[in-house]
Design a protein around this ligand. Structure first.
Ligand code: TXA
Ligand code: MG
Length: 323
């Protein structure tokens, strides 16, 4: 694939929207950093974002919207969220809120969490793209995993040329630092990531804000209580399920079980990534209802998105192995 550089004019924006609608990845400039965008409602596009970044685990992604009304249709806003949105959107502040009941964002975008991170970016090109697409764009910073965030289209191409369909070049970013991430999903607001909007500005608007224990969040994001873990124990690398286990299969196989799901019958890790969180929830619910004791999981190849899948499965299994 040859990554196209699109000018941030009407024609370029229309082409970028068409690419995103078709499930392709397009990087675009925001006021903070360039984002690696995909249609947030399309599981294949979201899986492709993780594959392009080369992330070894599924971080939840920020979903971008053209305005607060569109964002708050997909999450359950509260008074603090409305205050901040009125004062600071479009702008470099991301709000974490509970997903709305019929939120169409694919669960891989929020890494299986019950919450969703939403923001309205401040560049005219990004807003025009979001209006043209009329769907949320999931976008982490447009760098390879572990590299620094890109503030120009050239930085994006240095990291991702050949891996994404296009970059919408709106020039260097203004802020150059990622958005502030504020978690408003619980009883106390929590700063999850410092960024383009200061803590003081936020405290002036909504009062007390706790600061997340960044260290523990970085070391083990999957261990945070807010992260979804199945209620049933998870048994990894199982050759077959025991009679009292639900079965999470991968790849073509003849084993059947009363309660089972296959992450990808054709053995495709990208398809498996799209199905992972929904399959875990399904087996957890059906397995619990049927009195199963655990979820047995077939081995998943440790390559491509399989690395991130295995990371998430290990987190799902870990607490249950404690005495
Ligand atoms: O400025 C920015 O925020 C850029 C531009 C492209 O918008 N995006 C960005 O995305 O920095 P990313 O994926 O590199 O960072 C997203 C941050 C991560 O720290 C992630 O853990 C957190 O937001 N996050 C996203 N959804 C979350 C959720 N539901 N709960 C907790 N944290 C979440
Ligand atoms: Mg980043």
């Amino acid at each position: 694939m040859i990554t196209q550089r699109l000018a941030a004019n009407a024609a370029g924006i229309a082409r970028a929207a068409g690419m995103l609608r078709a499930g392709d990845l397009v990087a675009f400039g925001t006021e903070t950093v360039y984002g690696l965008g995909g249609d947030a409602t399309n599981g294949a596009a979201v899986a492709a974002i993780f594959a392009a970044k080369g992330r070894p685990h599924f971080n939840p992604l920020i979903c971008h919207y053209p305005n607060a009304t569109a964002a708050f249709a997909h999450v359950q806003a509260n008074p603090a969220a409305r205050l901040i949105a009125n004062a600071l959107w479009p702008g470099p502040i991301t709000l974490i809120l509970p997903r709305a009941p019929n939120c169409p964002v694919h669960d891989l975008a929020s890494a299986g969490l019950a919450t969703l991170a939403v923001r309205v970016p401040a560049t005219s090109a990004a807003l025009a793209l979001l209006h043209a697409l009329a769907r949320p764009i999931a976008a982490p910073s447009a760098n390879r995993s572990g590299h620094v965030s890109p503030t120009t289209a050239d930085h994006v191409l240095a990291d991702l040329a050949g891996k994404i369909t296009a970059v919408l070049d709106s020039g260097p970013t203004m802020v150059g630092l990622e958005s502030t991430v504020l978690d408003l999903s619980g009883s106390t607001p929590i700063l999850r990531r410092p960024g383009g909007i200061t803590l003081e500005t936020l405290r002036d608007l909504i009062g007390d804000i706790a600061i997340a224990d960044v260290h523990s969040a970085v070391v083990s994001p999957g261990m945070l209580p807010s992260h979804y873990a199945p209620s049933l124990p998870v048994r990894l690398n199982a050759a077959r399920p025991n009679p009292n286990e639900a079965w999470l299969a991968f790849g073509p196989q003849s084993i059947t079980a009363p309660i089972m799901a296959n992450l990808s019958a054709r053995g495709d890790v990208t398809e498996a990534a799209q199905n992972l969180f929904a399959a875990l929830r399904l087996l957890d619910a059906q397995g619990s209802a049927a009195g199963m004791r655990a979820i047995a999981v077939s081995p998943v190849p440790h390559a491509g998105l399989g690395v991130a899948i295995n990371d998430r499965l290990a987190r799902a299994a870990y607490p249950k192995t404690l005495p």
